[in-house]
Design a protein around this ligand. Structure first.
Ligand code: H79
Length: 482
C-alpha cells in the first residue's frame, strides 16, 4: 500500500488555480500601491519590494515563535526498536548512543527488522508520559516519530515498517499521545529523521546493506517515504507545535524547500528547526546535541540534551544528571535566550526509567515555585556572569571554549530582575555597574515574600544573604525595579 499525495491536479484545474493566483496577487499589488511606504521606490512590475517581503516573513516567524519563547522547557522522547537491544547486540555491549546501535554494530536490515516482531510495550501509557511532562513543568513534547533506523512509531500508510502494522502491539502511540497532550495543554511536536534512513536503499547512511550515499537515488527516498510521511504527521494528529528534523545529510536548499513548502501549506504555524538542512528557511536554531550557547543570542535557539549519556534507552547507562545540574542548565539557557529540550529514553516495555522521572519531577517542583523567572522570561542584562572566551581554545568542532562561570545567572520580566544564586554559603551578593533603582527584593522560595535587605551606593548593589540557601536547587531573588 502506498500513500498518495494529492498534489498533481488535472491540467484544467491547474490553469484555473494559476489564473486565480494571478488575479489574487494583482489585487494584493493594487492594495499595496495605494499606500506606498514613503521612502521606498517601487516599480509597477515589482510593487512589493523584496525587503518588504522579508520583513513580512520575519513578522510571521516572530508570531509563530511566540509560544516557543514562552515555553522554554520541553520533553524529548527517543523511543523505538533500538530500545529492545538497549545497547547490547548478540551478548556484546555496543559503545555510543543506544539509538545508533544498528549503525554501530552494522546490523543488516533483515536482522534488525526482526525486532519489530518483539516490540510489545504493554506498559506504555500516554497519559503517564504526558503527565510526567506536565508535572515537570515542561510545555512541549517532542516525540521521535521515525529515527535513523527508519521505523515509524505511528500508524503510517506510506510504509508498513511501522508500530501499528509490523508489531504484535498494533497500537498508534502518537495518536494516544496527541490526545493525552491535548488534555493537559502540552504542545505535541515531532522528531523526524528526514534524510538518514538505514532501512531504505535510497535513504542516507546505510552503506553496509546498500550503495554508498553518492550512488543512491536520494530523491526517490524523499519522494516516496520522507515527504509523504511528514505529510501524514501534519495531517493526522491535529495541530503540532514544531518539527524537529535531524542530520541533514544530502539535503540541499531545493530539497529543504520541498519540506518547508509542505509544512507551511498544511500547518503554517508549525516551527521548523535548523537541522532540516543548509539553506533551509528554518524558524529556530538547534544547537549541536548537548551543546549550550556560551553567549546571549537574538535568534531563537534550543539546546536538545539527554538526561544521561544516551538518547534511546541503554540498560547500562545510569549516568543521570542531577536536578541541580538540570536546573542550572535550564536557567543558564533561558538567561541567554534559548529553550531546553531534555530527553528521556523509555524502555521497550514503554516505561520512562524511574530515575529520570524522579529527577524531572524534582525540577518540576522547583519550577512550580520559580516558574515566573523562567516561562517567557527575558535574557540577562549583564553578561559578565556567564564567563569569558579562553583565547585560542577551540573544541574538536572548532567552537570557541569558554571558562563558564556558574555562580549566578539573571533572567527578567517587565519591571523585574531575577537573580539566580547557585553558590552557598556566602554573606552577601554584590553587583557592580548596576544602573537601575531597586524598589523591593524578595526570595521566590519565601511564601510570605518578606522584603530582603539591600543597599545601593552609586552603581553598586549589595544584598545580604541568609546563612542557608532559600532553595537548594537555585535560590531566586526577585528585584522589583523602578
Ligand atoms: O536523536 C538523537 C541522536 O540520535 C541524534 N540527534 C539526537 C537528537 C543524532 N544523530 N546523529 N548524531 C546524533 C550524531 C551524528 C554523527 C555524525 Fe556521522 C557525524 C553523522 C555524520 C557525521 C557518524 C559519523 C555517522 C556518520 C559519520
Amino acid at each position: 500500500m502506498r500513500f498518495r499525495t494529492n498534489v498533481t491536479a488535472p491540467p484544467n484545474v491547474t490553469v484555473l488555480v494559476i489564473l486565480f493566483l494571478i488575479i489574487a496577487s494583482t489585487n494584493c499589488m493594487g492594495k499595496e500601491a495605494k499606500t506606498p511606504p514613503a521612502n521606498k521606490a517601487m516599480t509597477s512590475a515589482n510593487p512589493v519590494s523584496q525587503s518588504d517581503q522579508i520583513a513580512e516573513a520575519q513578522a510571521k516567524r516572530q508570531e509563530r515563535l511566540k509560544w516557543f519563547h514562552e515555553a522554554k522547557y520541553g520533553l524529548f522522547i527517543n523511543w523505538g526498536l533500538y530500545s529492545i537491544p538497549a545497547g547490547e547486540w548478540k551478548g556484546k555491549p555496543i559503545p555510543w548512543i543506544g539509538e545508533w546501535i544498528m549503525y554501530s554494530a552494522k546490523i543488516p536490515v533483515k536482522e534488525y527488522e526482526q525486532l519489530a516482531g518483539q516490540f510489545n510495550p504493554v506498559k506504555f501509557n500516554a497519559d503517564e508520559w504526558a503527565q510526567l511532562a506536565k508535572d515537570s513543568g515542561m510545555k512541549y513534547l517532542v516525540f521521535d516519530c521515525k529515527h535513523h533506523d527508519g521505523f515509524a512509531l505511528y500508524h503510517s500508510k506510506v510504509s508498513k515498517y511501522n508500530v501499528y502494522d509490523a508489531t504484535p502491539w498494533h497500537r498508534d502511540p502518537m495518536k494516544e499521545l496527541s490526545e493525552a497532550c491535548k488534555k493537559r495543554g502540552i504542545r505535541l511536536c515531532f522528531y523526524y529523521s528526514q534524510a538518514t534512513d538505514w532501512h531504505e536503499p535510497n535513504g542516507a547512511g546505510n552503506d553496509w546493506d546498500f550503495l554508498p550515499n553518492e550512488q543512491k537515488d536520494f530523491d526517490q527516498y524523499l519522494r516516496d517515504k520522507s515527504l509523504p510521511q511528514v505529510e501524514e504527521l501534519l495531517r493526522n494528529y491535529g495541530p503540532i507545535g514544531l518539527i524537529w528534523f535531524d542530520v541533514p545529510r544530502l539535503m540541499n536548499a531545493e530539497r529543504c524547500k520541498q519540506f518547508t513548502d509542505l509544512v507551511r501549506s498544511i500547518q503554517p504555524k508549525v516551527l521548523v528547526n535548523s537541522r532540516l538542512g543548509s539553506g533551509s528557511d528554518y524558524d529556530y536554531l538547534s544547537m549541536g546535541d548537548n551543546y549550550i550557547s556560551n553567549t546571549i543570542r537574538d535568534e531563537a535557539w534550543e539546546t536538545a540534551a539527554t538526561i544521561n549519556d544516551t538518547w534511546g534507552y541503554k540498560k547500562d547507562d545510569h549516568n543521570w544528571k542531577s536536578p541541580a545540574d538540570i536546573t542550572f542548565k535550564l536557567v543558564d539557557i533561558v538567561s541567554k535566550g534559548g529553550n531546553y529540550l531534555l530527553n528521556v529514553g523509555p524502555t521497550a516495555e514503554g516505561v520512562i526509567p524511574e530515575p529520570s522521572q524522579v529527577i524531572l519531577r524534582r525540577v518540576g517542583k522547583w519550577l512550580s515555585v520559580n516558574g515566573e523567572a523562567i516561562y517567557g522570561a527575558g535574557t540577562t542584562p549583564f553578561g559578565d556572569e556567564l564567563g569569558h572566551p579562553i583565547p585560542g581554545k577551540k573544541d574538536n568542532r572548532g567552537r570557541q571554549i569558554y571558562n563558564v562561570m556558574k555562580d549566578w545567572r539573571c533572567t527578567t520580566q517587565p519591571g523585574k530582575l531575577y537573580l539566580h544564586l547557585f553558590t552557598w554559603p556566602k554573606e552577601k551578593f554584590e553587583i557592580d555597574g548596576f544602573k537601575q533603582q531597586v524598589v523591593r527584593a524578595y526570595w521566590l522560595a519565601d511564601p510570605d515574600r518578606k522584603s530582603v535587605t539591600f543597599t545601593q551606593v552609586g552603581e553598586k548593589l549589595t544584598i545580604s544573604l541568609p546563612e542557608q540557601a532559600p532553595d537548594e536547587l537555585d535560590s531566586v531573588l526577585c528585584l522589583e525595579i523602578k
